[in-house]
Write a protein that binds this ligand. Structure first.
Ligand code: SF4
Length: 452
């Protein structure tokens, strides 16, 4: 039997048990081997898809591991974001300071790649040695004539959420610097959409078909020039609310742009994301007419195909462990549509309000977990007899080692899961993995030591 650490007990709840005294929104418990990434990782997740900027990691080379081409964020033009640059701080710089090396690296990169902006990510050691990254960025920006933006993302200074906040603060410095003359009165910014496997393109096409102008996508297939004029849009449409709500609030305060929270996963949520925008522009009823036509057409394309998946998946059990809780809400609806039961639902960065909502949505017996770790996930997936795990790159080996089907719903995926076609892809992927014959060889499924 796997035991849960005493310090973690209040971050786990079984729906149905009383009281619901849930703990979240706090630093990870030391020694618990959290699945959560560091502050720097939170920042790079948000900023890296800006494809015409240089992304320079100021720190030892280890921080830059796992940055080159690990994301499915696609670009329709420049691909600078697929490169990984590091100042590769060594012992000498740790002792005497890394500012000179940072300045040299920035000058060299800007001369070679001619980016539209540069982001400089401060890592743990930079926070410790106290390099004045702001001053170096200011100097290089003045000399080269492009925004050079420090990202205060020292890994130790908080949680992944603090990394999101640091990224939002950097982006905010670009917004407001571009020309908005050609921005229509029916215009939006798509925020918290990272164009994984081309998802932003799918969503952008929907809105454009409705007659809505998309000024910028932040940050999938992002361009510095588009972000600079994002303050001209009339509405901010925020997905992945954990990462971008802060920026939406900053824009509301400074530029008076309201925002809505949406999700593009699942038939119900993507339809509602389109209708919500149409409702906002009620002055132009044509937008709602087009939205309804689009939804009707897209649904009629996928529904007949879905029957096979629904039939085969009915009654199967799923565990969800994702970055933001908002995605978990959509996944629960999608899995219910497929007839599946959610036995575990958790996130890395959910807040009290998110977990209360999650609890309302879940059935009795479902495990709700915040900032989990491999042991806990293994324990509950085994105890609850999950047939499927939905997570990211760090959950994949856990599922496979337990002999459980896995669906990648994180930044590394290569198949679009957003929009109506995404719902079809998602259902097909779940079907393929849950029904795979390979699981009969997993130890937990062998009968009397049987098939090998
Ligand atoms: S925790 Fe610190 S040292 Fe580790 S990757 Fe993050 S920034 Fe780098």
């Amino acid at each position: 039997m796997i035991k849960v650490l005493d310090e973690r007990v209040k971050q786990i709840h079984e729906k149905g048990a009383e009281p619901f005294d849930f703990d979240c929104d706090r630093r990870s418990t030391a020694g618990s081997v959290s699945q959560r990434a560091c502050v720097f990782c939170g920042s790079r997740v948000v900023l890296y898809p800006i494809a015409d900027a240089v992304h320079l990691i100021h720190g030892p080379i280890g921080c830059a591991a796992y940055t080159w081409d690990i994301r499915g964020s696609l670009s329709s033009g420049p691909e600078l974001h697929r490169l990984s640059f590091s100042t590769d701080i060594q012992e000498e710089e740790v002792i005497f300071g890394g500012e000179k090396k940072l300045e040299k690296s920035l000058n060299e990169l800007i001369d070679i790649y001619k980016p539209k902006a540069a982001f400089v990510y401060s890592t743990c050691i930079i926070g410790v040695i106290g390099d004045d990254v702001e001053a170096v960025c200011r100097k290089v920006s003045k000399e080269k004539g492009i925004p050079v933006l420090p990202v205060h993302s020292e890994g130790f200074k908080g949680t992944k959420k603090d990394g999101y906040a640091a990224a939002c603060e950097s982006i905010f410095k670009i917004i407001g610097t571009g020309n908005t003359d050609d921005v229509s009165e029916f215009s939006i910014n798509i925020m918290g959409e990272f164009n994984l496997a081309g998802e932003a393109w799918i969503i952008k096409k929907y809105y454009e078909e409705m007659g809505v102008q998309v000024v910028s996508t932040m940050t999938g297939d992002g361009r510095v020039g588009d972000i600079a004029r994002a303050h001209g849009a009339k509405l901010n449409v925020v997905q992945c609310s954990g990462s971008m709500t802060k920026l939406a609030k900053m824009m509301e305060e400074r530029y008076g742009i309201p925002f809505i929270r949406v999700s593009y996963f699942g038939i119900e949520d993507v339809s509602e994301a389109l209708y919500e925008v149409a409702r906002f522009f009620k002055g132009n009823p044509e937008i709602m007419v087009k939205a309804k036509d689009l939804v009707k057409r897209e649904i009629s394309k996928i529904i007949p195909e879905m029957e096979k998946f629904r039939k085969a998946l009915r009654g199967k059990k799923a565990a969800i462990y994702v970055g933001g809780a908002f995605k978990a809400f959509s996944l629960i609806k999608q899995l219910r549509y497929l007839g599946m039961e959610v036995v575990l639902a958790g996130s890395q960065t959910g807040n009290k309000e998110d977990y209360e909502f999650l609890r309302e949505m879940c059935n009795d017996g479902t495990i709700i977990v915040d900032d989990s770790n491999p042991l806990e996930l293994s324990k509950y997936m085994l105890e609850k007899k999950a047939d499927l795990c939905i997570g990211g790159v760090k959950e994949r080996p856990i599922a496979y080692k337990l002999g459980i089907g896995f669906c990648d719903h994180n930044h590394e995926r290569k198949i679009p899961l957003a929009g109506f076609e995404g719902m079809y892809n998602f259902s097909k992927e779940v079907y393929n993995t849950v029904l795979s014959p390979v699981w009969k060889f997993a130890p937990r499924n062998r009968k009397h030591g049987g098939e090998r």
